[in-house]
Design a binder for this molecule. Structure first.
Ligand SMILES: Nc1ncnc2c1ncn2[C@@H]1O[C@H](COP(=O)(O)OP(=O)(O)OP(=O)(O)O)[C@@H](O)[C@H]1O
Ligand SMILES: O=C(O)c1ccc[n+]([C@@H]2O[C@H](COP(=O)([O-])O)[C@@H](O)[C@H]2O)c1
Length: 191
């Protein structure tokens, strides 16, 4: 059966309400069957930076998505080593699910970065891109990205890592279960 699947690829270090908001808005706006969250093993453009172990990022994502039937986790990128190139992921998904159509959701920071994606000219033949605004970034691009207008929510994993490290509030930015997991595992300098 044909299904329209949204893909939200990310590092999710940690997952936050910005991720859930864009997934929910695009699911409804585009009348998708499901949104698949795909955590990367090694983010292709963050290879030099430190990021949390994929086991923790996956556990946090499970907690963040547990109440949403139409939000699923796909672990295809955790099952291979090296940088998690989207081109490889899309190839695998299209082989596994030839009857589905895939719609890759990206924030404006990733829209600006699209020219640097590995084999981007091939990727655009395989998926459609859905873009959403993000503070500080442009959505105009020469690539075929369909912009969907949704409420902007200026939260990022970077902001949350900094707040957690300083023991500042993350209320209404980060799911409570995820916060408890972070504290229980002393991530981001929490004690
Ligand atoms: N608040 C937000 N509004 C719109 N898009 C977002 C938002 N947060 C994340 N995204 C998008 O979700 C995808 C996955 O993002 P990612 O997991 O890297 O989170 P992040 O908050 O951007 O992390 P970091 O601050 O560590 O770079 C990317 O396409 C990103 O642009
Ligand atoms: O394939 C690439 O070259 C590529 C370059 C940058 C980002 N991506 C993908 O874009 C998604 C968002 O990336 P990130 O690092 O902001 O979490 C995630 O699925 C990445 O794997 C992919």
């Amino acid at each position: 059966m044909t299904k329209k699947i949204g893909i939200l690829g990310g590092t999710f270090d940690p997952p936050h309400f910005g991720h859930l908001l864009i997934a929910s808005e695009i699911l409804n706006n585009m009348q998708l069957s499901e949104v698949w969250f795909i955590p990367n093993q090694i983010p292709p453009h963050k290879t030099e930076k430190h990021f949390s172990d994929s086991r923790h990022r996956l556990n946090m994502l499970k907690l963040a998505l547990k109440d949403h039937d139409q939000f699923k986790i796909n672990t295809v990128e955790l099952e291979r080593e090296g940088p998690s190139y989207t081109y490889d992921t899309i190839h695998i998904l299209r082989e596994q699910y030839p009857e589905y159509s895939f719609h890759f959701i990206i924030g404006a920071d990733m829209i600006e970065f699209l020219p640097h994606w590995h084999k981007i000219d091939e990727i655009i033949k395989l998926v459609s891109f859905i873009g959403v605004k993000r503070h500080g970034y442009k959505t105009e691009t020469d690539y075929p990205v369909k912009e969907i207008k949704i409420p902007m929510f200026d939260v990022s994993s970077t902001m949350l890592r900094e707040r957690l490290n300083k023991n500042e509030s993350t209320a209404y930015l980060l799911p409570e279960d995820v916060k408890r997991y972070i504290e229980g595992n002393h991530l981001y300098g929490t004690r």
